[in-house]
Ligand binder design. Structure first.
Ligand code: NAD
Ligand code: WQD
Length: 340
């Protein structure tokens, strides 16, 4: 069974490719390496003993996308990770985000129609909810106006999927709304490789612990949470990877209940920034240099998932806790920073 994984050398994509290969799927990766390295393919091979087929090109190039599907007429499903994901950059350069994230999706859907391919799993995000009025947030919570062009590409991406699956009988899709993916594969051979200064909390924590950043700024200590710092639902990337295989198989086995479904993927546990830092210190044994600073513009105060729909319908729940997330992120950081 041949599966196209776009963005398959990226952070979440590479962990999912490992799961797919371990379950004997044939994997074709397309990635333009705009935010990942070709060496990830070697790491995937080292973990699984298998080499996925790899094409390096930009999915906004409709001619190249068409050629790929002509060459691989037996693709059964697409897991579409490829997108630009830096929230701040999307505010500075919205057209890059609208073009990259939407053109790539449209090109793929167009080829699905041309080649009668039925199944797509799409990377969505909890960012579609903004700051929900009620927590935990369920899939039925209406979207708030997006806080960033990036967030808007995920809202519009889901709308494109809804309209397309309504209009074209043969196409069905599942959008997975990830909360805050963190951690790395247990081998520490693949993990998150942020380019430049990380925006996200956990890479900033591990780089600070590794001595690559002087100090972690904790953005905001006056939020309405028990310790004043913002609350998120961190989810281990390996748990996320499992959910992709389950969603894929739901589509392949035509078990879905409508042509477009969407699921929250989180642990259901809200964790504050300070709790995350403390857990990191506990599992790593490293004392972190941090200070409390002003809030970061655009941040929501607290969000965590109601996961009951994914638990019931997908039969999936997160198995790994915050300690596993921090320990694996630290193991990965130590490997890439060459710390014993
Ligand atoms: P990532 O940047 O590590 O992976 C994305 C991959 O897609 C990269 O390897 C990049 O080179 C590739 N890519 C980007 N644009 C491309 C294009 N036009 N053509 C071909 N390849 C292209 O990001 P990730 O964290 O693995 O995220 C995967 C998906 O999940 C994205 O759609 C992202 O928006 C979404 N998501 C991520 C998070 C998160 O915090 N990591 C949270 C929610 C949703
Ligand atoms: C988590 C918490 C920060 C860095 C982002 C995207 C979202 C989704 C997931 C893709 C916040 C605080 C952070 C630092 C800090 N991605 N923090 N010091 O903002 O919840 O979500 O990634 O879809 O769209 O917006 O994640 O890891 O940046 O921040 O105090 O140096 O850590 O203020 O409260 P966020 P994050």
């Amino acid at each position: 069974m041949k599966i196209l994984v776009t963005g398959g050398t990226g952070y979440i994509g590479s962990h999912t490719v490992v799961k797919l290969l371990e379950q004997n799927y044939e994997v074709v990766i397309v990635d333009d390496l705009s935010n990942s390295e070709e060496s990830v393919l070697d790491a995937i091979k080292e973990i699984t003993g298998k080499q996925p087929l790899f094409y390096q090109f930009d999915l906004c190039d409709s001619v190249k996308v068409a050629e790929l599907f002509t060459e691989h007429k037996d693709i059964q499903a697409i897991i579409h990770f490829a997108a630009s994901k830096a929230v701040g950059e999307s505010v500075q350069n919205p057209l890059k985000y609208y073009r990259n994230n939407l053109d790539s999706l449209i090109n793929l859907l167009y080829q699905m129609e041309q080649h009668s391919i039925s199944n797509m799993v799409f990377s969505s995000s909890c960012t579609v909810y903004g700051q929900p009025d009620k927590l935990p947030v369920t899939e039925q919570t209406p979207f708030k106006p997006a806080e960033s062009p990036y967030g808007n590409t995920k809202q519009v991406g889901e709308e494109i999927l809804r309209d397309t699956t309504n209009a074209i009988d043969q196409i069905q899709a599942i959008a997975l709304r990830y909360f805050n993916p963190v951690g790395a594969h247990e081998s520490a051979l693949i993990g998150e490789l942020p380019k430049g200064v990380p925006n996200n909390l956990v890479p900033f924590i591990t780089q600070t612990a590794a001595g690559e950043r002087e100090q972690l700024s904790i953005f905001g200590s006056d939020y309405d949470t028990h310790d004043g710092t913002a609350m998120r639902d961190y989810i281990h990337v390996v748990d996320l990877a499992d959910a992709h295989v389950i969603a894929l198989e739901r589509l392949l086995d035509t078990k879905q209940k409508s042509s477009f479904e969407f699921f929250n993927l989180g642990t259901g546990n809200g964790c504050t920034v300070l709790e995350t830092v403390k857990k990191f210190e506990e599992v790593s044994g490293v004392q972190l240099n941090y200070k409390l600073t002003d809030r970061r513009p655009g941040d929501v105060e607290k969000i965590y998932a109601d996961t009951s729909f994914a638990n019931k319908e997908l039969g999936w729940s997160a198995k790994l806790g915050l300690g596993d997330m921090m320990a694996s992120a630290w193991k990965w950081q130590k490997r890439i920073s060459k710390i014993d």
